[in-house]
Design a protein around this ligand. Structure first.
Ligand code: NAP
Length: 545
């Protein structure tokens, strides 16, 4: 053992991350009587909502659904102010949960887990932190999120830049002063699209470096009527039931109507109605075949492109902002005044697909066309999604095999249910690769995983089972199933962080289960009912084996 590592203690469970996932995992494990320690790199709870403090940061799921739903009391004790909550309100909510459940006493903040190695002889995990702690745990559980490993493309010259630079996912905990500044932002995904309108109002000039345009729908965010909120609280049981059974983790009045059953005029009228209403309705509520049928998808995509052309006064800029891939093949973005921002005199849109960025210079950014002078450079360049947060730790299972080796660096990411890995006993991932997680309202996915894992650990304890591990066969079958389900979707037809295409050198693969939250929950429940079918137990008393 490295002598600088001071032995802390032995725990039943060590959990990584104190966001939505780690916080609830801690609560469930404590309730079940497992000694648990959570490690969190931030100075407070919140996970992505602790770090993503960029201007305009807001959730794209309605606040009434973006909650823990395991406790009616907890749900009713918090009152959201807006239809779509902003980062500050969500962080306040998570602090309210941490206070109510008295979570902080078991969380070690400002500490990263650097390695977790499985010790086969002692059937335990040997874990180390960047603060020199060394500890052991029977169970190692990650709640690291799917989009928490931020990514900065490898541009040369960043060190030479004389101005300030930031990544949206690691925004400083102080106000960044944009007044009289020339600001550049790279990236037009959810983060960029939210930040651009807010920064444009404050900066002297904003240059947006866009590689691929993204479809964005108006959120039409608004304060919530207290009477409506009260009514929702009273309907808690129904809301929870709907959210859990739904495809995306929130209740939607799904339509049975397809695009082919109506005339062009009726279709446009429907899209217009939902566009005016705001939110994801244009894509998710209008017709039942937009996500599965290419011709249907095109009617929706064309409607949004027509809107872009109506809003953006300069037709050349409108054209540059119009995507060419199917709508909703990437996570749909909700915005406030995004397209309108391009009518401002102080905003310039630069197409860096046509003229790629070559380097960061001391004065700004150089593309193949020209150099742009900047005082502040913002990277809204996203994340190494799904596998990134896990592979940034050195996790090793049996025979010292690392997760990176097992997943062949992401080209063969294989898990069982997105929860477990063959060769990694007593290791659980909350919303890991090949779970449905990011394709919906993530807190609902998290809660389902945490409940499943906590119930599983209680089962192991009750039956005196020492270790649980996914079988290779079950894992291969699940992974194959995920790939098959994905082939029937539009997600695999477009490059995005879903497929890993945004990371230089990352093999392309869609490591997400696209069969919907409700179906996935049924599959996981059935596996548990069948005494954890597909898992191998060690240490089962003979009479039960
Ligand atoms: P993202 O969707 O991956 O967008 C990254 C942007 O950076 C893209 O426009 C990308 O262009 C661009 N980019 C990356 N590398 C580049 C390069 N070398 N040169 C030029 N441009 C480059 O990341 P994100 O916006 O942070 O969003 C990621 C996910 O986080 C979302 O899909 C969503 O799930 C979640 N999120 C949610 C919210 C919310 O709840 N409202 C807010 C923020 C984020 P390409 O498209 O060409 O790669």
């Amino acid at each position: 053992m490295n002598e600088t590592h001071v032995k802390l203690s032995n725990f039943d469970a060590v959990v990584v991350g104190a966001g939505f996932a780690g916080m609830y995992m801690l609560h469930r494990l404590r309730e079940a009587g497992f000694s648990t320690r959570v490690f969190e790199s931030g100075a407070g709870v919140g996970g992505v909502w602790y770090w993503n403090r960029y201007p305009g940061a807001r959730c794209d799921v309605e606040s009434i659904y973006y909650n823990y739903m395991f406790s009616e009391e907890l749900y009713k004790g918090w009152t959201w102010t807006h239809k779509y909550p902003d980062q500050t309100e969500i962080l306040n909510y998570l602090n309210y949960v941490a206070d109510t459940l008295d979570l902080r006493r078991d969380i070690q903040f400002e500490t990263k887990i650097t390695s977790a190695h499985y010790d086969e002889a002692n059937k335990q995990w040997n874990i180390k932190t960047d603060k020199g702690n060394s500890l052991t745990a029977k169970y190692f559980i990650t709640g690291v999120g799917c989009i928490s490993a931020s990514h900065i493309p490898k541009f040369t010259g960043l060190d030479s830049f004389k101005g300030e630079w930031y990544h949206t996912a690691h925004w400083p905990h102080k106000d960044v002063n944009f007044k009289n500044k020339k600001v550049g932002i790279i990236g037009t995904g959810s983060s960029g699209i939210q930040a651009i309108p807010v920064i444009a109002k404050k900066a002297a000039h904003l240059t947006v470096f866009q590689r691929t345009p993204q479809y964005s729908l108006p959120a039409r965010n608004q304060p919530l009527d207290p009477e409506y909120v009260q009514n929702i609280k009273e309907r808690f049981q129904e809301i929870r039931k709907d959210a859990r059974a739904s495809r995306n983790g929130y209740s939607l009045n799904a339509t049975t109507l397809s695009t082919q059953e109506v005339t062009h005029e009726e279709r446009e009228k429907k899209y217009e109605e939902l566009w005016q209403m705001g939110g994801v309705g244009v894509v998710q509520l209008a017709f039942n075949n937009i996500l599965t049928n290419e011709a249907a998808n095109e009617t929706c995509a064309n409607f949004v492109k027509k809107k872009i052309q109506e809003i953006v006064k300069d037709p050349v800029i409108a054209e540059k902002l119009s995507p060419t891939y199917p709508i909703a093949a990437k996570r749909i973005v909700l915005d406030t005044d995004y397209y309108e921002t391009y009518n401002r005199d102080n905003v310039t849109l630069v197409d860096v697909k046509k003229a790629p960025i070559i380097e960061v210079t001391p004065k700004g950014l150089r593309t193949t066309d020209e150099e742009y002078d900047l005082d502040i450079l913002i990277f809204a360049t996203g994340f190494d999604g799904m596998t990134g947060p896990l592979l940034r730790m050195d996790i090793r299972g049996k025979d010292g095999v690392s997760l990176k080796e097992k997943w062949e660096n992401g080209s063969q990411t294989r898990t069982y249910l997105g929860i477990a890995n063959a060769g990694f006993p007593n290791f659980f991932m909350i919303t890991g690769p090949e779970s449905p997680s990011v394709l919906g309202n993530v807190p609902v996915a998290i809660e389902q995983h945490v409940d499943w894992i906590a119930n599983c650990l209680e089962y192991l304890k009750a039956n005196r089972i020492e270790t649980i591990e996914a079988s290779k066969e079950a894992e291969e079958k699940w992974s194959r199933h995920c790939q098959e389900v994905a082939q029937n979707t539009l997600y695999v037809k477009t490059d995005s962080w879903y497929t890993g295409a945004n990371i230089e050198g990352k093999p392309k693969r869609f490591p997400i289960y696209a069969g919907g939250y409700g179906t996935y929950r049924e599959i996981c429940d059935e596996i548990a009912i069948k005494n954890y079918e597909g898992f191998i137990f060690v240490g089962v008393p003979l009479e039960q084996n």
